[in-house]
Design a protein around this ligand. Structure first.
Ligand code: FES
Length: 158
């Protein structure tokens, strides 16, 4: 069942008079619901006495905020310089082809989301990827697929 306005309101209201309240409130909504539904903007604007555009500006500025639910397993492929120099672009194309998904998309099944990140701290062992919670150094499409199978199995047992 989608969250109701009252649920979103009750999550946001306690942050009204706190420092950094808006961002913390938005984080709390995302944590509780799994994403930031569109209704959040108007409710947060009302509570914080801001315009909807100001709330939307905050949401679009922070890459951590997302509007749609993410897949059960998120695959992140690094697109920063060291990984690009080590074949990151080719890896991205292979993973996209294997999964029939483009970067930024979630599979219709809701199982997988494919995301771009900019550095995973494995620059000396590029290209780097992260599948669920697992970091992969010197990633290739087979290792990404294996890690995805493991993550799927863990989620199924979960
Ligand atoms: S540039 Fe890809 S891990 Fe740092």
């Amino acid at each position: 069942m989608p969250p109701g306005d009252q649920e979103i309101r009750s999550i946001i209201e306690p942050y009204l008079n706190k420092t950094g309240g808006l961002i913390t409130a938005l984080r709390a909504v995302q944590e509780a619901i799994g994403h930031l539904p569109e209704e959040t903007d108007a409710i947060a604007a009302d509570i914080f006495n801001l315009s909807r555009a100001e709330v939307m500006g905050v949401i679009s500025f922070y890459a951590d905020f997302h509007r749609a639910p993410k897949g059960r397993t998120v695959i992140r492929l690094c697109a920063a310089e060291a990984c690009q120099a080590a074949g990151g672009r080719g890896l991205q194309e292979q993973v996209e082809g294997r999964l029939a998904l483009k970067m930024g998309e979630t599979a219709p099944s809701g199982n997988i989301t494919l995301e771009t990140v900019y550095c995973l701290g494995l620059c000396s062992a590029a290209p780097a990827a992260m599948v669920g919670e697992r970091l992969l150094a010197r990633a290739d499409v087979e290792r990404v697929a294996d890690a995805l199978n493991d993550a799927d199995g863990n989620a199924a047992r979960g």
